[in-house]
Ligand binder design. Structure first.
Ligand code: PMP
Length: 384
């Protein structure tokens, strides 16, 4: 069948492509997927079951159940963010839908959208589908992969219409500090950039609180903040996310949402209310466990000579493999059965690095890093 230009020019996801290689063998330890190895907290699961038992199987309001929006708005006060649940919140089918809606509602054909890289792989296709032109802004390990004013200037982002910010960052684990964030906010105000801030990993930080661009002076009215339940509450399969922003932006997004999605999954909305009401303790336990694993992998990588910047958020480490990341990942998989994702998949600045997810059990992480250490010691030739 003849496909629309936009469908056949979209490249296949670099992550998926790589994972097809893992299907052939049964001894694979995958440190490749970006999702929690935990199940959703029991209170969230029972709320979902209970909603089904009560027959709550209809659509909800387009913007999501009002009581859920109220809880979301209240929850975000912990980040210094204040939003009106009536007009400034829309509940979506995963953060993924919120990202797509933000681009479709904010990007006109030809608009330039600055994206710091390495970053999550869905932004570039989303921007292009909306007719925008992505502008890569590389970040560096030397800056702890923070987006700085200097990097924005060097990339010519003053000419951009919109900036996508993803901190805590997938794939590097970097977070932004208040000082650097203030510089980026000043740049956005001076050059009239709006911001889409994907903060889905906000709850997963280790030793530094998440700082949101939307709380910088003058930034609330030019920012859309995206978050969701997939990562913090281990609810990837329930597909629930949301966006927060000024009423005009949320209204624009909801106008698209009400035709394309109608409403986010009802069962998941009930689970999400319980998650916000009763699961703080489980989130804390998961964060503590990720933190233990984070320390293990960072010290093991540095021990085997793979320079690793200390990730402060999300659940990824981003070691420098000292050579071609694609070849490292392929040879590692072939000779040891350990799957990691080549850093170059995540854009400029990712070359020579590997994304390693530590949302995997301690036992598997130990086994995988043992196998990696043997590979680095005995087989890896960075300069070949
Ligand atoms: N944003 C980032 C940065 C992510 O890493 C992911 C999931 N890998 C998403 C958005 C999508 O999340 P959801 O499951 O809520 O659609």
């Amino acid at each position: 069948m003849r496909l629309a230009e936009r469908a056949h020019t979209l490249p296949p996801s670099g992550i998926r492509k790589f994972f097809e290689l893992t299907e052939a063998r049964d001894d694979v330890i995958s440190l490749g997927v970006g999702e929690p190895d935990f199940s959703a907290p029991w209170a969230a699961r029972t709320a979902a079951i209970d909603s089904l038992e009560r027959g709550r199987t209809s659509y909800t309001a387009n913007r999501g159940i009002a009581a859920l929006r109220e809880r979301i708005a209240a929850h975000h006060e912990r980040y210094g963010q204040r939003y009106d649940p009536e007009t400034e919140v829309v509940v979506t089918t995963g953060a993924s839908e919120a990202v797509d809606l933000a681009f479709r509602a904010l990007v006109d054909p030809g608009d330039v959208v600055a994206v710091h890289e390495p970053t999550y792989i869905s932004y570039r296709p989303g921007i292009e589908l909306a007719g925008g032109k992505p502008l890569a802004v590389p970040t560096r390990a030397a800056d702890d992969f923070r987006l700085t004013r200097e990097r924005l200037e060097a990339a010519g982002a003053d000419a951009a219409d919109l900036l996508v910010l993803c901190y805590p960052n997938n794939p590097t684990g970097a977070i932004m500090d208040e000082g650097t964030l203030a510089e980026v906010a000043a740049f956005c105000r001076e050059h009239d950039l709006r911001v889409v801030a994907d903060e889905i990993y906000a709850a997963l930080t280790y030793g530094g609180e998440h700082a949101s661009i939307a709380t910088q002076p003058g930034m609330r009215e030019r920012s859309v903040v995206i978050n969701g339940f997939s990562k913090a509450y281990a609810m990837t399969g329930l597909r629930l996310g949301y966006a927060l922003g000024p009423a005009d932006a949320i209204d624009g997004m909801n106008r698209i949402h009400q035709y394309t999605m109608l409403s986010a999954p009802t069962t998941a909305q009930h689970a999400a209310m319980a998650a916000l009401d009763r699961c703080d303790e489980e989130v804390r336990e998961m964060v503590d466990e990720y933190n233990r694993r984070r320390r293990l992998v960072v010290s093991r990588f540095n021990g085997m000579g793979l320079d690793t910047f200390e990730p402060k958020g999300a659940f990824y480490a981003f070691p420098d493999c000292g050579g071609d990341d694609d070849r490292f990942a392929e040879e590692l998989l072939e000779s040891t059965g350990v799957a990691v994702v080549p850093g170059s998949v995540f854009g400029s600045g990712g070359e020579g690095h590997l994304r390693v997810s530590y949302a995997t059990s301690m036992r598997e992480l130990k086994e995988a890093t043992d196998r990696m250490a043997a590979f680095v010691e005995e087989a890896w030739e960075p300069d070949r």
